[in-house]
Design a protein around this ligand. Structure first.
Ligand code: LRH
Length: 469
């Protein structure tokens, strides 16, 4: 018998409603709807997500799925962003985007209340200027007084079911959850002066949230998209690293317990909650954002550019001309990424790439260096020796990036699944419905063996202060 599940998977560029058909241990995904999610600049009012539009897409997706007799549905999305629900049950204002500059200066403000070492010892969360805790600090305190904070997937589930809660994998990205107890840290909440009523009760992946308007059960999945993606990594053994590669590259290891020491904090590694009590020990890298934002700009300027062609041409450019640090804060806000890359190269005395293929070559090699750096650092900090890198998500279709990542890491890269987050989403639902016991059997669609001399990668990495070995 076939069992059907709906997975809503929201990325910061596009969202999908997928139908997952589970049949004898295998999951087959098909796309019901795909829609842009990208944030909009409100005149005078910051960078915001259109939550109403996403809600409408979910409703339309459920209607599209209806003939399939759906067992349940679940929602995952990017992390850290939230809506505030008032005592009247209504969403107060919009949901702001984490790329909004309102968090400027909040790192310093938080430091006055809690020092970095204490914050990390409790939460194990890497410093990203847009973590929820910094966004909350940027709110006028009176706005928070009588509100409940719902992270985006929880907010969308609330709009479907009326049930309030915070799913734990995503809650961990707020930097308000205790990484050891996996409960909200009352201690931190008090130190920061947030109202204790702000944070709703936690829920676990697999729990029933409620019932949607059409009777479809809504199940809490690993609602952080990266947690869903990691849950779908088709690893055969424990000795693997992963890269969940989309707008961001999330690079790290699956561990049984958090690594909360000073070295991990200084290396800016995070301990996000995974399914079944696991820890996602990883580091954020700016990811394909650099490429998609550049493509957007070139198209706006009227360049007749396609991704396939520019990738092909990029690989004909000379290697290792210029390398940038993709994690530099200058690359975070939307805008002219090629100009910022040029600036970075000029500032560091490297040749400035001027054509789209040259810029793309720089982006690909820089991402590969950042991937290799994070794989190596994760392994050292956790005392592991990964033998293979599983690269999952949309980036697994980017052949040059997979190839360069294998070369830079000096490890084989197993590419795929592409729709890892949607697959992990379906997996948790199907397990909860007891129609699947284990990670679904998926085979990576390609494998890239490392080639070429290591010395060139080591030299390129040094230009951005990275020691590859
Ligand atoms: C990837 C992601 C990542 C977060 C970022 C905000 O989509 O969820 O794990 O750090 O978005």
């Amino acid at each position: 018998m076939v069992d059907n599940f709906v997975a809503v998977d929201l990325g910061a560029t596009s969202g999908r409603v997928m139908l997952g058909r589970v049949d004898r241990g295998a999951v087959e995904l098909s796309e019901l709807r795909r829609f842009p999610t990208g944030p909009r600049q409100r005149p005078g009012g910051g960078l915001r997500w259109d939550v109403d539009a996403v809600h409408d897409e979910i409703l339309a997706g459920l209607r599209d799925a209806a003939p399939a007799r759906v067992v349940s549905m679940g929602i995952d999305s990017w992390a850290v962003d939230y809506g505030l629900v008032g005592p009247d049950g209504e969403l107060d204002g919009d949901v702001r985007c984490y790329r909004d500059p309102r968090t400027d200066g909040m790192t310093e403000r938080l430091r006055e209340l809690v020092d970095d070492e204490t914050l990390y010892r409790i939460t194990g969360i890497q410093h990203l200027p847009f973590n929820t805790v910094y966004q909350l600090l940027a709110e006028p305190p009176e706005r928070l007084a009588d509100k409940t904070m719902l992270l985006l997937p929880d907010l969308l589930a609330y709009r479907l079911t009326g049930a309030v809660g915070a799913e734990v994998t995503n809650a961990s990205t707020t930097a308000l959850l205790d990484a050891t107890t996996r409960q909200w840290s009352d201690d931190l909440v008090a130190k920061i002066g947030l109202p204790p009523t702000l944070l709703p009760p936690l829920r676990q992946p697999g729990e029933l949230v409620g019932t949607a308007f059409d009777g479809t059960p809504v199940v809490a999945v690993a609602s952080h998209d990266t947690a869903s993606a990691v849950a779908a990594v088709p690893a055969e053994h424990d000795d693997f690293a992963y890269i969940s590669c989309g707008t961001w590259s999330l690079v790290g290891l699956r561990l049984p317990a958090p690594v909360l020491g000073e070295s991990a904090r200084r290396a800016n590694f995070t301990n996000e909650a995974g399914i079944d009590g696991t820890v996602r020990f990883l580091r954020n890298t700016m990811g394909l954002w650099l490429l998609s934002e550049s493509m957007r700009l070139w198209r706006e300027k009227g360049h007749p550019i396609t991704l396939d062609r520019v990738l092909r041409e990029a690989m004909r450019e000379p290697a290792f001309k210029s390398v940038v640090d993709p994690n530099h804060p200058m690359f975070l806000p939307p805008g002219d990424i090629p100009a910022r890359i040029a600036q970075f190269c000029a500032d560091t005395g490297q040749p400035v790439p001027t054509t789209p293929p040259a810029v793309v070559r720089t982006i690909l090699e820089s991402l590969a260096v950042a991937h290799a750096d994070s794989v190596r650092t994760a392994a050292t900090l956790a005392g592991r020796d990964p033998r293979v890198v599983h690269l999952v998500g949309g980036g697994s279709l980017n052949e040059p990036l997979c190839r360069l990542t294998a070369d830079a890491c000096g490890l084989p890269v197993a590419a795929g699944p592409v729709e890892a987050s949607a697959l992990g989403n379906v997996f948790v639902q199907a397990r909860s419905a007891r129609v699947l016991a284990d990670t679904p059997a998926v085979t990576p669609h390609a494998r890239y063996e490392p080639t070429g001399p290591r010395r060139e990668w080591r030299d390129a990495a040094k230009r951005v202060g990275v020691e590859l070995e």
